[in-house]
Each structure stands twice: as C-alpha cells, then as structure tokens.
Design a protein around this ligand. Sequence first.
Ligand code: ATP
Length: 235
Amino acid sequence: MQTHPQRIGILGGTFNPIHIGHLRFARSMADTLHLQQVLLMPCTVPPHKAASGILPFATRITILKAALQDTADNRLCISSLEAELTPPSYTWNLLTAFRKKHPQTEPVFALGGEDFTLLRTWYRGMELPKLTHLFVAPRSGREAEAFKSSVEAYWPGSVIKQNGSLLEASPNGMSYRCYFFPLPHLQVSSSHLRSVWMAGGDISRFIPHSALQYLEAHRDEITKIWNEAPVGDPQ
Ligand code: ATP
C-alpha cells in the first residue's frame, strides 16, 4: 500500500485506564496504513459516559505516559488537544480543531465497529469523512458485513474495494476514506479491568507494567474515584 506521510492516526477514548486493547488498536492502524504517528487523545468529558467514575484528565495522561514508556513504539504519542476545547467532546469538534492546528495533515480517526454502525447518532457523524479518514476495527466478532452495509446506507453509491484484508471505502460525496481492518478480537475493556483491579484481581496481562505500578501506588485515591461511577454504569 502507498504511504501517505501527511496522514496522522488519532485514537480517541476515555483511557480510564489505558490497556493493551488500545495499544494494539493504535499499532495495527499504524502498521496497516503505514502511519508514522498515532496520537492517543484522551477525552475530557465523553458525551456518551457519565462524568463521575472517570479519573482526572491529568491522571489519565500520566498513566498513558507510563504505558507508552514500556511500549517503546515511538510512533505512539499522546495529545491533550481535548483539554483545549469546550466540552462536550464531540468528535466533529475535535477534528475541526485538529485540522485548524495542522492544516497540512490528514487525520485518520480510529473507531470500533460498533461505534461505526452508530455513526448516524453522532453529532455531524455523516459528515465526518469531510474532515478525516476513518479506520474501523471490530470490537467484537466479525463486523466487515456491518461496515459495508453501513457505508452503503450512510453514503449511497459509495465504492468499496478489498485491498488484502483491508476494506477501503470512498464515501460518496466525501473527501476522505473509511477503512475496515479485521483486527482479531481481544477481549479487554477498561471497565472490566477497573472492576477486577478494585476487587484485588490480577490485571498485569492487560496493562503495561509502569501503568499498573502507578495504579498500585495510588490505589486509595483511584479506587475512590472509580467507585463514584453511577449505579447501573458498567464498572
Ligand atoms: P470502557 O470499558 O470504560 O467503556 P474501553 O475499554 O471501551 O472503556 P475507551 O477508552 O472507551 O475504552 O476506548 C477507546 C477506543 O479504543 C475506542 O475506539 C474503542 O473501540 C477502542 N478499544 C477499546 N478496547 C478495545 C479492544 N479490546 N479492542 C479493540 N479496540 C478497543
């Protein structure tokens, strides 16, 4: 595949906390699209999640830094652009701000397959490929068919090509592409890790060593915040 030095990957998320699923997603995007850089971009107040139960932005950044130290992949970097924006953190606003700051750069925004099927519900979701490429990977199971039918439904008349295991869609009327990569499923989520860790379980296989060390060193304050998650919110 052709390299595009002007492209930069963006993996947004809550990162409450970061785990190996995030890292693998970011690296596979860099590998697949030959990106020299992928920015991990934590959100301040996620529009779809309750604000309580989420570690402060600065703490999540500190844990991300610790995780990246261990990862030793210099393509992965942290961006705190979200902290400069007015909440709520809509992807449209984030990418508009990113493009203003980096007019020569084409962002490639990563999202899970389920989120892609819900794109219509996002603020200006249908217009996102005017601002950015999208890199979609399954969060569970095989979601390639759902990707194809969503592209057809969102932007009728779009062309979808198969490029090895990568699907490449050119959404009709839009400037940028949507990619689907069949990343094998890795069953890990921040919510699951929070609940296992707070119950005293071992999460060392799922989170880089230095990030886990930070959690352990601040166990009391972190547990207090994670316990504030509203009733009914998945821990
Ligand atoms: P929570 O369990 O608190 O909802 P999470 O584990 O889903 O958190 P987020 O920070 O919300 O993590 O996710 C950030 C991004 O990383 C999203 O695009 C999400 O789809 C993706 N992601 C998270 N976990 C995985 C995983 N195991 N495999 C692939 N992608 C993942």
